[in-house]
Design a protein around this ligand. Structure first.
Ligand code: HEM
Length: 477
């Protein structure tokens, strides 16, 4: 293959060691490692994990080359142990290869599960769940109790997702002893870090990182759970339900045979797992980062309080219909995504053929990582990039829907996030409500400087510490 492209070279990158390539550079935070070496090798660079070429894009121009100009070539996903074992031999949407199967699945998800009408149909449920949390926090405010806001938001997000997907809430105990979020974070972590066994098949049996064992355990836990969920729906009537849950919709399609492609229980389970994994942690983590930044920046919090007081007023809670009028809230969300994109390297893409990008040769089967974490900190694009300043978006047309390559929290192009509308609705509503209803106080003499911003890297990168706070109720109702 290379002989045809003698004159073209791979993008520059650090020297690789025999066999392992550049795997030795990988630490706990892969996005930080790549950020550092991109400073030396530039916005399009190549590294190797074993013999597999990994292309890393670290500027808006580079991201546009791969996700827009050469979108089709990079529209596939690499196979790995997690996608094969946990996600039913890649029958899910997130990890399936580009091709007719992915196209069918993507259409099914966008039209039947994530359409505006469907998202709208769950609005009363979102209101009810948020109301339960606000009541709990009101009581905590009255009692002057410190609460773990990160856990509360994570449970809220899990409950909302479960009600939407499965039609009922599940308790943590329904999924093994660790509970939903911890297990989903396990999947994200294993899927985000390079699995050495994947690059050296001959040492796979040794399972040095313990990934294979954990992957099998997780697959078993989730499969048993999903089997139970489907059993509960098959045969049950969904006609009387106000809003059909997503299992109802998928089981309906499976039983009617209306899908024009193979669609059985394995496909239903694979999509359900996608929805669960993709929705719970992304939204909860986004909200956690936003609330943390608001806490660290009282002037921004105050401005947001003022906006909410003007648009909503202190005599009622935030409604979804208010969201379109909360411009400053949108700026806060963009600014938080700029510094804390929850998927800092997006989800790895894979090239389906040889191609030339910006004069570099990229062989078929290369993996592509877009370092949106680095893009958000690029001093050539952002003034004082390390500062949290939502005002930088005032009067700017930059949005986060994939048209502006300087801000890509949901990716761009064919493989961008189909759950954007749903995810953003949850994030805007929950952040708006938490800020509108409460002032938040740090406990035990903690100061703003004590707030730890350490990250826990994975496909979804969370804050390592939980937000422990005392709420003070603000409304007059
Ligand atoms: C607020 C939170 C969310 C964020 C920040 C987010 C972000 C992302 C990102 C960065 C990607 C990968 C894009 C790429 O590889 O180029 C992605 C893909 C995906 N997301 Fe989301 N997401 C969110 C919420 C959701 C929700 C609520 C769902 C569905 C319930 C969802 C479903 C998916 C699916 C199925 C894919 C894979 C698409 C494909 O490969 O074709 N996401 N998301």
């Amino acid at each position: 293959k290379f002989s045809k492209n003698k004159k073209l070279k791979l993008p520059p990158g650090p020297r690789r060691l025999p066999l392992i390539g550049n795997l030795h550079i990988v630490s706990e935070n892969l996005h930080h490692d790549l950020h550092k070496i991109a400073k030396k090798y530039g916005p399009i660079m190549s590294i190797h994990f074993g013999l597999v070429p990994i292309i890393v894009a670290s500027s808006p121009y580079a991201a546009e080359q791969f996700l827009k100009i050469h979108d089709l070539t990079f529209a596939s996903r690499p196979s790995n142990e997690v996608s094969e074992v946990i996600f039913y031999k890649r029958r899910n949407l997130v990890s399936s290869n580009y091709g007719p199967y992915w196209r069918n699945m993507r259409k099914l998800c966008t039209l039947q599960l994530l359409s505006n009408a469907k998202i709208q149909s769950f609005q009363p449920m979102r209101k009810q769940e948020l109301g339960i949390l606000v009541n709990f926090l009101k009581q905590a405010a009255y009692d002057r109790n410190m609460i773990d806001l990160s856990s509360k938001v994570a449970s809220l997000s899990a409950n909302m997702s479960c009600l939407m997907i499965f039609g009922k809430k599940y308790m943590d105990e329904d999924l093994g002893e660790k509970g939903f979020r911890a297990l989903i974070q396990d999947i994200m972590r294993i899927a985000g870090l390079p699995n050495i066994a994947e690059f050296f098949p001959f040492i796979r049996v040794l399972d040095l990182q313990g990934f294979t064992r954990r992957t099998k355990e997780l697959a078993k836990l989730f499969d048993e759970f999903l089997e139970r969920v489907i059993d509960e729906h098959v045969g049950g009537s969904s006609e009387q339900k106000e809003a059909k849950d997503m299992v109802d919709t998928l089981v309906g399609i499976m039983q009617s045979g209306e899908a024009e492609f193979e669609f059985d229980r394995r496909h239903v389970k694979a999509i359900l797992l996608d929805l669960l994994v993709a929705s719970i942690d992304t939204s909860a983590t986004t909200i956690d980062w936003i609330l943390t930044e608001l806490l660290r920046h009282p002037n921004v919090m105050k401005k947001l309080h003022n906006e909410l007081e003007q648009v909503v007023g202190k005599n009622r809670m935030v409604e979804e219909s208010d969201l379109e009028n909360l411009e400053y809230l949108d700026m806060v969300i963009k600014e938080s995504y700029r510094l804390h994109p929850v998927a800092p390297l997006l989800i790895p893409h894979e090239s389906i053929e040889d191609c030339t990008v910006d004069g570099f040769h990229i062989p078929k089967g290369s993996r592509l990582l877009i370092n949106v974490w680095t893009i958000g900190r690029d001093p050539d694009i952002w003034v004082e990039p390390e500062k949290f300043k939502p005002e930088r978006f005032q009067g700017s047309n930059i949005d986060l829907r994939g048209q502006h390559f300087e801000l890509l929290p949901f990716g761009s192009g064919r493989r961008s996030c189909p759950g954007l509308q749903l995810g953003l609705t949850m994030v805007r509503l929950v952040v708006g409500q938490m800020v509108h209803c409460f002032d938040w106080e740090l406990p035990n003499g903690m100061t703003l400087k004590d707030i730890d911003m350490t990250e826990n890297f994975g496909l979804v990168t969370t804050r390592a510490q939980h937000l422990m706070l005392i709420p003070n109720y603000r409304l007059h109702i």
